[in-house]
Design a protein around this ligand. Structure first.
Ligand code: FAD
Length: 388
């Protein structure tokens, strides 16, 4: 049976392993964390609705249920025909290679004065501690922002910062101390969240006003400092605690190697997830450069489509499937159940429509239910719903 090595044990890597195992391929998954971190439900760690243990799945459990081999290791370089591990080992013992390493973040001056919930899980835990300290003090200014990458517009990650901001607002209200805090949203983009459509922008604006959240948009960030943010016009927003989600950038191990990549360092693939010019190397999830409409975004559900398609396309090449190869491009849409602490909104965008449907109360519980479904279905404890 053909040997397939997957680099990265996130949403895309694990979904690839699960689906490749259905064809009985010999699958090894290499990742630097011995757990799958479920980013979409990690937004509740700072407000204590979830603990770290609630938002992970141990890799050994996944490996046992689905019958793949898990190896803990850090990849430092990926080339066209091999990859290198941190211990110096060069590996080329595979028939197919799937790269699912995710992305890194753009560096900003003074970024060390900020925290992120979209980086390593340890960062979210640090932010959570800092938020506790701020709450203990009883008053202060909390700022929340996200930035863009002009070289890869689809690598912007705005949804989670809105979710965190609304959740922190609700958390403070529940404690009866919201009036002691100034909450500020900032972004260099003049219309952050624009990719969700005009209606969504208006609704978001209404929410900010209703919840008394100050907004600073359309001003480039010059640098972060210990007690705030300095903008291009040298104005300063004081901040006792800054959560900033820098835009995505190519993964360092990809940048280091000789795979075809975009200027930002994302792997160039065709619509069947095959790396440009290579026959047996595929890239899935956030590591890959996306084709498609200008509002496209890197998302978990698209990462899963790419993973399932890749498993099918490899099986097709090996004569284990019939039909045409599957393309991810027609699956590009934005679908996000945006949590707001005491409710949520379903954001949806495709070529024909852009919607943000408010879901008071139920939206929050729908996202929580998705988290339970995700964990149980990946562990094979409940059947999977088609396409999910
Ligand atoms: C806070 C947050 C909330 C989100 N909410 C949603 C949502 O509601 N809906 C949605 O669709 N999408 C959401 N997303 C986006 C979604 O989580 C990502 O698109 C998805 O995780 C991408 O999967 P991936 O496997 O490509 O990357 P990742 O999930 O980042 O996984 C990368 C994996 O590679 C491993 N790795 C990294 N570097 C190395 C290395 N050098 N060596 C070995 N292993 C390495 C990591 O440990 C990790 O296991 C959210 C993202 C964040 C951050």
């Amino acid at each position: 049976m053909k040997k397939i090595v997957i680099l990265g044990g996130g949403i895309a890597g694990v979904e690839s392993a699960i689906h490749l195992r259905k064809y009985n391929f010999d699958v090894e998954l290499i990742s630097d964390r011995d757990y799958l971190y479920i980013y979409p439900i990690s937004i509740w760690i700072p407000t204590k609705e979830k603990k770290f243990e609630d938002v992970i799945l141990p890799m050994e459990d996944l490996a046992k249920v689905h019958g793949f081999k898990f190896t803990k290791g850090k990849v430092t370089k990926v080339n066209k025909d091999s990859f290198v591990l941190e211990n110096g080992e060069i590996r080329n013992d595979f028939d197919y290679l799937i790269i699912a390493l995710g992305q890194s973040k753009k560096k900003h001056k003074g970024i060390e004065y900020t925290y992120s919930i979209c980086s390593k899980p340890e960062e979210t835990l640090k932010y959570s501690e800092k938020l506790d300290e701020a709450i203990k003090k009883g008053r202060g200014t909390l700022t929340f922002g996200f930035g863009g990458n002009p070289k890869a517009k689809e690598a912007v990650r705005g949804g989670p910062i809105f979710e965190l901001l609304f959740n922190v607002d609700y958390h403070l209200r529940k404690k009866g101390i919201r009036d002691n805090f100034q909450l500020v949203f900032f972004s260099p983009m003049p219309k952050p969240g624009e990719r969700l459509g005009e209606k969504a922008l208006k609704l978001m604006d209404k929410m900010f006003k209703k919840l008394n959240i100050k907004t600073i948009t359309g001003k480039k960030i010059k640098q972060f400092v210990e007690d705030g943010i300095i903008f291009e016009d040298d104005t300063k927003q004081i901040s006792d605690l800054t959560c900033f989600i820098a835009a995505g950038d190519g993964h360092p191990a990809v940048k280091e190697g000789d795979l075809p990549k975009t200027e930002a360092g994302f792997i160039k693939i065709d619509k069947y997830n095959k790396v440009e010019g290579l026959e047996n190397v595929y890239a899935v999830g956030d590591s890959a450069a996306l084709e498609g409409p200008p509002w496209k975004a890197k998302q978990g559900h698209l990462a899963e489509v790419m993973a399932r398609n890749t498993a099918f396309n490899i099986a097709l090449k090996e004569g284990l499937e019939k039909g045409e190869p599957k393309s991810y491009v027609e699956h590009i849409n934005i679908m996000c159940l945006m949590d707001m602490g005491n409710g949520g909104g379903l954001a949806y965008r495709d070529d024909k429509k852009a919607l943000l449907i408010p879901l008071p109360i139920i939206g929050h519980w729908m996202k929580k239910a998705w988290g339970v479904y995700y964990k149980l279905s990946k562990l094979g404890k409940i059947p999977r719903l088609p396409g999910m």
